[in-house]
Design a protein around this ligand. Structure first.
Ligand SMILES: [Zn+2]
Length: 398
């Protein structure tokens, strides 16, 4: 029988202090707990209790974290970066299983309990990335949940054989159909989206499309995605990642588009990039659109940044969107918690009785103070088991 754990003196979402009793991996009681002989007691020290953070967009298969420093001299354009990465993987000895495990440890140390990772599928490396991340998913199943997006990073139609590999990836274990810039990458938006939606229908899987296309071009593609989401009755099962175009266009046009995204239940993933216009966070949320966030690539062939801390991501969202009021900053926290949970379709996400005991403790006077300070997380739990303490995972990866 599973041991009962009492998490004493914690503040759910920064509210008043209480105790949380955990049994069989779920929250069994919230309220003053009486001593139980068989229970293990953990002193929360008055820390803030949140459900585990949700990393809803990253690339576990390609991080170089823990490897010798990669000197980056790649021109700053999308195709150059994609080509460089595809050509570099073997030369630098990038092992997707080892590297994804390293990023998992980093994420869990920061309080992440769920990860959605896009994983490259292309005709040069085949399903090597998918198999590597699947191995990590299995090996670390008791510390984190990983969702795999089959991602045609080098294009779907311009490289013959990619759609067959995507199909195979979804048959062997990928959970989500990915896509990439249907106009600017494949130069064939109809063809690209036909393949993406057909794969989703065939495998009964959700969709998550990278859309970097700017301005009017991005708006055009977004309209096509809305139209197909309606036609395939996929409300609540489609995410557009980045959607920079929502930050590029005129006020009225974006308002219309946000209404349609809300109507069709299409979610938006934004990283709150420092260097690029992106969907306006509060306006997008106010329109009723679900928004999630993620680290995107961490220390990879694309760029040297990232540390997998989703609280830091909330700060980036706040800075990008000019959020200074406490209640606005808390909406950025919603994005990296409940927003991500909605997009990933998590059951029992939260800190109420009956919810999964996927939890993180955060030190802070208030939740906003905790977010801006980002001290090491005192404790992280996965299904009621402690998996990290004081910012460090309690497991090794090699
Ligand atoms: Zn990405």
């Amino acid at each position: 029988m599973d041991q009962t754990v009492i998490l004493k003196n914690v503040r759910p979402w920064g509210e008043s202090a209480t105790d949380v009793v955990i049994r069989e991996g779920r929250i069994a009681e919230v309220g003053p707990a009486t001593a139980m002989v068989e229970a293990q007691s953990i002193d929360g020290g008055g820390a803030i209790l949140l459900p585990g953070l949700v990393e809803a967009h990253t690339h576990l298969d390609k991080t170089l974290y823990g490897m010798p420093w990669n000197r980056n001299s790649v021109p700053s354009n999308l195709v150059a970066k994609i080509t460089n990465e595809r050509n570099s993987k073997k030369r630098i000895g990038l092992d997707p299983a080892r590297q994804s495990a390293r990023q998992v440890a980093l994420s869990v140390g920061h309080g992440t309990t769920h990860i959605r990772s896009h994983v490259d599928v292309d005709t040069e490396h085949g399903l090597a990335g998918v198999h590597g991340v699947m191995a990590t998913r299995e090996k670390y199943a008791d510390v984190v949940d990983i969702e795999i997006v089959a991602f045609p990073q080098s294009g779907m139609l311009i490289r013959q054989g990619t759609k067959e590999l995507m199909d195979e990836a979804l048959s062997v274990g990928a959970d989500v159909v990915g896509g990439l810039d249907p106009c600017s990458m494949d130069l064939d938006p109809k063809g690209h989206l036909d393949v993406v939606f057909a794969l989703a229908e065939k495998h009964g899987k959700p969709i998550d499309i990278h859309l970097h296309e700017p301005g009017e071009l991005g708006i055009f593609t977004t309209r096509l995605i809305i139209e197909r989401t309606r036609a395939h009755a996929m409300a609540g099962k489609v995410t557009i990642s980045h959607a920079f175009c929502l930050g590029h266009n005129d006020y009225l046009a974006i308002g219309r588009l946000l209404e349609q995204l809300a109507e069709t239940g299409i979610a938006i993933m934004t990283t709150g990039p420092a260097d690029y216009a992106c969907p306006p966070l509060i306006r997008t949320l106010d329109a009723g659109v679900t928004v999630c966030s993620g680290s995107d690539g961490i220390r990879d062939c694309w760029g040297p940044y990232g540390n997998a801390d989703m609280l830091e991501r909330a700060v980036f969202l706040g800075m990008r969107n000019d959020l200074d009021r406490d209640d606005d900053i808390l909406r950025a926290v919603e994005v990296v918690t409940t927003g991500g949970a909605t997009v990933l379709g998590l059951e029992g996400y939260g800190v109420k009785v009956g919810d999964m005991a996927d939890l993180v403790l955060i030190d802070g006077e208030t939740l906003t103070e905790a977010v801006v300070s980002r001290r090491p997380r005192p404790l992280v739990m996965k299904r009621g088991k402690v998996v990290a303490r004081d910012g460090a995972p309690l497991f090794t990866t090699e």
